[in-house]
Design a protein around this ligand. Structure first.
Ligand code: PLP
Length: 451
């Protein structure tokens, strides 16, 4: 029964990003099965998963081809590694496929088991690149406040989550942060979005100049900041970031762990945002979360130096290029291609979600409704006209999230932003269903705060 699961769970399972006492009091919600965009819990409730799990189930649940790919590969060769001049066919085939679907500068991949490990690899790789080029002083990596780049020591350091930094003495040395381009916090009265984007990118240049360009190795960012609250930058931001990195010779890294594999309406978020990264980390959507896999796409500029001059790169994971994970990734990418899911997001459900969100934006609680492809955020405010926020003590996001849970909808709350990233297979009718659920939860939240 649910109670049995919950008792065993709180007795033994330390959940990630979870308040242990709170979990023990309330009991975990036990998810037992899923199909398409819907989950089922151990009490039989049907739940619309507007978060694709943790932003990862791009092709939706229950895709038989992924199950078959895993089973077939497990029988034939469940494991062999890629260390010491060995390889397996699925890893080679996936490397070739990734070179096809990523932007043209990417012809090489380094596999990891997760996004965090991918970003750790980036830290080591960019420093190695500058070492090989005889510029070992280029050590500093610049990232952004409120970014999420993973939970390993380097990943959490690249990330800009103050709570994570406070636990465990982070960031590690030579990682520093600039502000995110969040208009609600930083745009000046009367400033256009375009002007704001250029000014926000300028924070990077100011940081580079303060440190000294000859000490800066790379800048890393998510094209659209996900866990930080779906912060969609102005169109001018990333092209200006690109110009600044070019001007100072700094490597540009796109963390595509969320934005990759169709989420923003292109294969990769850097294509939506109009920039050309030197390195690109991915995970999640590469297998739609059916099995763990991540990696770093290595652009020509870095690959050439590492391959031709770098010798052995002393770095790797047991599961780098895991054959079963790679076989699943190939089946997953085949679905994205065969069903034209990127076009589906770009031309059909992305614009349709934008319309649905524009209507939700008229709700009295909503100060702004923003989307990019199939990522969306609703800013909950006390006063629509001035965007006056609720007192933090109200915990407005958590109140709304509670109503979502109770009404069969998974949405995430980030402070006062309610965010979604549904599976890419979602249909227009399902967007209508999701929007109706969101509206109901907003009404219930409004009734609570007026009480
Ligand atoms: N980078 C981004 C942008 C993420 O959102 C995440 C996870 O949510 C990570 C990296 C870390 O990936 P993983 O949890 O697979 O280690």
């Amino acid at each position: 029964t649910t109670q049995d699961w919950q008792a065993a769970d709180s007795a033994h399972f330390l959940h990630p990003f979870t308040d242990f006492q709170g979990l023990a009091r309330k009991g975990a919600r036990i998810i037992t099965e899923a199909d398409n965009i819907y989950l089922r819990d151990s009490d039989g409730h049907r739940i619309l998963d507007a978060m694709s799990g943790l932003w990862c189930v791009n092709v939706g649940y229950g895709q038989r081809a992924l199950v078959d790919a895993a089973a077939t590969q497990m029988q034939q060769l469940p494991f062999y590694n890629a260390f010491f001049q060995t390889a397996t066919p699925p890893a080679i085939a996936l490397a070739e496929k990734l070179a096809e679907v990523t932007p043209p500068q990417f012809q090489h991949v380094f596999f990891s088991g997760s996004g965090s490990e991918g970003n750790d690899t980036v830290v080591r790789m960019v420093r190695r690149y500058w070492d090989v080029l005889g510029q070992p002083a280029r050590q500093v990596i610049i990232s952004r406040h409120n970014a999420y780049h993973g939970s390993t020591m380097a990943g959490a350091s690249l990330g800009g989550m103050s709570g994570m930094h406070a636990q465990g003495g982070l960031p590690i040395p030579n990682i520093t942060h600039i502000d995110q381009p969040y208009w609600v916090e930083h745009k000046l009265p009367g400033e256009t979005m375009d002007a704001f984007g250029i000014r926000a990118a300028g924070w990077l240049e100011a940081k580079i100049l303060a440190i000294g360009a000859d000490k800066v190795a790379a800048f890393i960012g998510e094209p659209v900041q996900g866990a930080g609250g779906v912060i969609i930058p102005p169109a001018t931001y990333w092209p200006e970031i690109q110009r600044i990195c070019d001007r100072h010779g700094i490597l540009l890294v796109s963390d595509e762990v969320i934005c990759g594999f169709g989420r923003t309406g292109h294969w990769f978020g850097c294509e939506t945002m109009g920039f050309r990264p030197d390195l690109m980390t991915f995970a999640k959507g590469v297998t739609s979360g059916y099995i763990p896999l991540g990696g770093v796409m290595v652009g020509d500029r870095v690959a050439k130096v590492l391959i031709e001059q770098g010798g052995e790169f002393e770095h790797g994971y047991t599961y780098s290029g895991h054959p079963v994970a790679c076989a699943v990734a190939l089946a997953n990418i085949k679905i994205i291609q065969d069903q034209n899911l990127v076009g589906h997001v770009h031309d059909d459900v992305g614009p349709y979600l934008a319309e649905a969100f524009a209507l939700l934006g008229e709700h009295p609680l909503v100060g702004a409704a923003e989307t990019c492809g199939l990522m969306g955020a609703l800013l909950l405010v006390q006063d629509k006209a001035t965007l006056k926020p609720f007192d933090a003590a109200v915990g407005i996001g958590m109140v709304c999230r509670g109503h979502c849970f109770a009404n069969g909808l998974i949405m995430r709350a980030v402070g006062n932003r309610m965010i979604i990233a549904p599976p890419l297979v979602i249909t227009r009718a399902q967007i209508d269903e999701m929007a109706a659920l969101i509206r109901r939860c907003l009404d219930l939240t409004l009734a609570d705060v007026r009480r």
